[in-house]
Design a protein around this ligand. Structure first.
Ligand code: SF4
Ligand code: F3S
Length: 77
């Protein structure tokens, strides 16, 4: 799956939701989060985000790891 990280908080640009072919990016309050069971890892959302908040799970930067469980747990996954 892909993971949305801290730069989304306070930004919520939503460009990612417009390019995602499976519409698996959901409003989670202060930020958007990606449903891990629905994401097909196409990568389209990564360059679409103006604040570079989205990463493949395996490439989440140091210090942003807490967003991995946050993306999973929001959907009960
Ligand atoms: Fe949607 Fe593709 Fe981004 Fe997954 S990687 S959230 S399927 S645009
Ligand atoms: Fe957030 Fe970037 Fe999408 S700011 S809503 S991850 S385009």
């Amino acid at each position: 799956t892909h993971i949305i990280t801290s730069p989304c908080i306070g930004t919520k640009d939503q460009a990612c939701t417009e390019v995602c072919p499976v519409e698996c990016i959901y409003d989670a309050g202060e930020m958007y989060l990606i449903h891990p069971d629905e994401c097909i890892d196409c990568g389209a959302c990564v360059p679409a985000c103006p604040v570079s908040a989205i990463f493949p799970e395996e490439d989440v930067p140091a210090g942003e790891e807490s967003f991995i469980p946050r993306n999973y747990e929001f959907f009960g996954a």
